[in-house]
Design a protein around this ligand. Structure first.
Ligand SMILES: *Cc1c(COP(=O)(O)O)cnc(C)c1O
Length: 369
């Protein structure tokens, strides 16, 4: 095979737009390097050690209660959402779903698909006060996307956890777009199942999703029949005891996960969260110069959602940034298409990277107003 032509790009991925999207996110060099290597065989002790180490570190980073376990799925985040619904909720079970946008709607759709009876709760704030939820009928579980990525709202997981504890609800949290960028604590926030995936705050390529199961979630698996073949949690848990998965795992991404978790362990999760927070604040400090307003009062560190205040369409700004500046921010779909676009702060980004977007927006508004 002839060698691949040298890329003229000085940054990996520079042949594409520079991304500020909520997945994929810019990936650190040491993670990209692992992706360039031959994936190893995985049915052996060496690979089992990788999986077991990843499990222990994820349990520590989420402060999971003793006895918690992790299921590793070769899937995008939605695969883990569906797997959680199938394994933790029986048909006809009742669930409250916080539906504040596209990802809340996805939980609604998944539940309905699996014949779970859904009571939707459409929030108008971050649910720090859960009073409105008191009117919800009896249920077995509450499902929430900790950060509703379509609108940039970060919900108050402590308040929701307390509500779940009071009502004895299984607290199922999709933390995909806030894990590693915003504080999270399964024990303090009474979270029973935590859904995460590789390509947001973890800053790995897409294709690996995980569900951290606390003791209460593990307990409610037991009496049930196998609800799926590929997504059957008990099978993953049994094989996982020896560091294996029932089917071929996302081998390379797991090696990348191991390296990433080791790196975060070295500096500390708090430092990683603080780094993202500083970056978000740095970007947000520039916003007053543009005819843009924050789309949410409850934003995570992970992302800034913006609304044009001068009548321009959000989707047009996204297109201009892409075509004129080779910068990719995230558009929205549906009703939010014209109203909101999003800038992610996840992954390998520095103030200098944020400056590229800031300068582009300065130029865009300066040259076309
Ligand atoms: C990105 C994301 C997901 C997963 O979406 P996939 O396209 O399946 O990876 C799920 N929930 C939230 C809140 C997300 O931001």
């Amino acid at each position: 095979m002839s060698p691949a032509p040298a890329s003229p790009a000085d940054r990996p991925g520079d042949e594409f737009c520079r991304i500020f999207t909520p997945g994929p996110v810019p990936i650190p060099r040491y993670i990209l390097d692992i992706g360039a290597r031959q994936p190893p065989y995985f049915r052996n002790d060496a690979f089992s050690a990788v999986l077991l180490e990843c499990e222990q570190r994820l349990l520590a980073f989420s402060n999971a209660p003793p006895g918690s376990r992790v299921v590793f799925l070769a899937a995008s985040g939605t695969g883990a959402m569906e797997a959680a619904v199938m394994n933790l909720l029986a048909p006809q079970a009742r669930a409250i779903v916080i539906n504040g946008g596209g990802f809340g709607q996805r939980f609604v759709d998944l539940c309905r698909h699996h014949a779970v009876q859904v009571e939707e709760f459409v929030p108008d704030d971050n649910l720090a006060a859960t009073g409105g939820l008191d009117d919800c009928g009896p249920a077995e579980a509450l499902l929430v996307n900790a950060h509703e990525t379509t609108t940039g709202v970060l919900y108050d997981l402590a308040a929701l956890g307390e509500f779940c504890r009071r009502r004895a609800l299984l607290h199922i949290v999709d933390a995909i777009s806030m894990f590693m960028t915003d504080p999270l604590d399964m024990t303090a926030q009474h979270i029973d199942a935590l859904i995460i995936s590789s390509h947001k705050g973890l800053a790995l390529p897409p294709g690996l999703a995980m569900v951290v199961l606390g003791p209460r979630a593990l307990h409610c698996l037991r009496p049930k029949r196998a609800v799926a073949h590929y997504f059957d949690f008990p099978t993953y848990l049994r094989d996982g005891e020896r560091g294996q998965t029932p089917f071929t795992p996302a081998v390379t991404i797991l090696l990348q996960l191991q390296a990433r978790l080791q790196a975060v362990a070295a500096t500390g999760m708090t430092a990683e969260i603080a780094r993202t927070q500083r970056l978000a604040e740095y970007f947000r400090a520039a916003i007053p110069a543009w005819p843009l307003a924050l789309a949410s009062r409850f934003m995570p560190n992970a992302m800034t959602a913006l609304t044009p205040t001068d009548g321009r369409k959000a989707c047009a700004i996204v297109r201009e940034l892409e075509q004129r500046y080779q910068i990719q921010v995230a558009p929205n779909g549906g009703a939010l298409r014209d109203l909101v676009f999003r800038v992610a702060h996840m992954g390998e980004q520095s103030e200098a990277d944020a400056d590229v977007l800031i300068h582009a927006l300065n130029h865009y508004y300066g040259s076309s107003s």
